[in-house]
Design a protein around this ligand. Structure first.
Ligand SMILES: *[C@@H]1O[C@H](CO)[C@@H](O)[C@H](O)[C@H]1NC(C)=O
Ligand SMILES: *[C@@H]1O[C@H](CO)[C@@H](O)[C@H](O)[C@H]1NC(C)=O
Length: 290
């Protein structure tokens, strides 16, 4: 599969434009290689009482869109967490997380999202989904540009983190990020607040993946950080990448309606509304329209 990554082909900086659907081209196992199975384009990753497993992108990126199609652990998945996230490195790292929290048979998965900026998270939101994520593959995406971070489920936005730098609020846009997924045991907190533990007699717990897509500005290690940054943030003045187009700077009207629908019908927790945890409303919540 190949996609047109650059709108302004005339300014093409082909280096830095990646789009693919092959696991091996984009990713590699980062731990527990013996907990992976490859069935053509389908990758299965398992958690058992010995180990979980994880994979990560071979490259780092600044801006773009990453998508995975995931079929979550079926049946009894209580205590397990399957994560899909982007992260930079270091104590002041940025991170955009999807965490899929398993549940007992027949009970709904919760999807927790979080955003870390300069090493600080505590921006959890939780949703349930409008479908059973263990029955079929569904696409989960993170769109990241200089104006917003959008979390999407089957192309429906479920969360937006906007750039509010003009209000003095830091926004993650200066560190390249890797793309990761993992499955692990988190029965101390994941399911019903940690009350339900992993039942190892139901192991192995298997998450399945396909449709690997990274459509982003690649930041090769061999290139100086300042040059990667310049190239990926359109430092030359031209808007080079489709995600820098004005229409990508905020949700469309249709998408805004979709997000309102998700928030009204599927949101079960929003840190912005948790006055017990945050007696003073977090600054970005005072400005986010959503
Ligand atoms: C893991 O589970 C298997 C099968 O239930 C069991 O035979 C084995 O002893 C367990 N290993 C550990 C380290 O708990
Ligand atoms: C699991 O199911 C229970 C009961 O339906 C629900 O309250 C909870 O939010 C679900 N998800 C998790 C991760 O606990």
């Amino acid at each position: 599969m190949s996609k047109v990554c650059l709108i302004w082909v005339a300014f093409a900086a082909i280096l830095g434009c990646t789009s693919s659907s092959r696991f091996d081209e984009l990713y590699q196992p980062s731990w527990a290689m013996d907990h992976f199975t490859y069935e053509g384009e389908l990758i299965k990753m398992k958690l058992d009482n010995y180990s979980g497993a994880g994979f990560g992108s071979k490259s780092k990126y600044m801006f773009g869109k990453v998508t995975l199609q995931i079929k979550l652990v079926g049946g009894d998945s209580a205590g397990t967490v399957t994560a899909f996230y982007m992260s930079s490195e270091g104590a002041y790292h940025n991170e955009f997380d999807f965490e899929f929290l398993g549940n007992t048979t027949g009970e709904p998965y919760n999807v927790q999202t979080n955003v870390y900026v300069n090493g600080v998270g505590n921006r959890e939101q939780r949703l349930n989904l409008w479908f059973d994520p263990t029955k079929d593959f569904h696409s989960y995406s993170i769109l990241w540009n200089q104006r917003q971070v959008v979390f999407l489920v089957d192309e429906t936005p479920v969360r937006v983190h906007s750039n509010l730098e003009h209000k003095g609020i830091p926004y993650p846009k200066d560190q390249p990020m890797g793309v990761y997924s993992s499955i692990w045991n988190a029965d101390d907190w994941a399911t019903q607040g940690g009350r339900v533990k992993t039942d190892w007699s139901h192991a192995p717990f298997i998450a399945e993946y396909k449709g690997f897509e990274i459509n982003g500005c690649e930041c090769p290690d061999a290139v100086a950080a300042v040059d990667n940054m310049k190239r990926c943030s359109g430092g030359g003045g031209e808007k080079r990448f489709w995600w820098d187009e004005p229409v990508m700077s905020e949700l469309s009207v249709h998408q805004s309606h979709q997000l309102l629908w998700v928030r009204a019908n599927h949101m079960i927790y929003d840190y912005c509304k948790d006055t017990t945890r945050f007696p003073a409303t977090p600054v970005e919540c005072q400005h986010h329209h959503h």
